[in-house]
Design a protein. Sequence first.
Length: 112
Amino acid sequence: MRYAKLINDYPSYAPRRMRIGSVIVYNPTDAQLLAEGYLPVIETEPPETDDRHYADPRYVERDGQIVQEWELVEIPITDEDALTRYANELTGAEDADLISATETLIQQRMED
């Protein structure tokens, strides 16, 4: 089990060596870590993602533990990526040359 303190919404993990009172302790026990304010960290599996989202970890303190949660975040796309996707949707193409030709045609029509 890993122990940490939640600082700025992210875990700051307990060191392997720490000063407790006037003594330096190597590999502190669970009880010592709890007494120093460290909490157990519960890590969870990230959710399934697709090509338009990623899973961003979040940490919350709950019931004397730090629990990892996940938020699905949309990946921002560039104008070029959006144009490629649009060309692919229009043509159903997956061939890079055909998509490139379609992009050129769309760009020309947009400029007119």
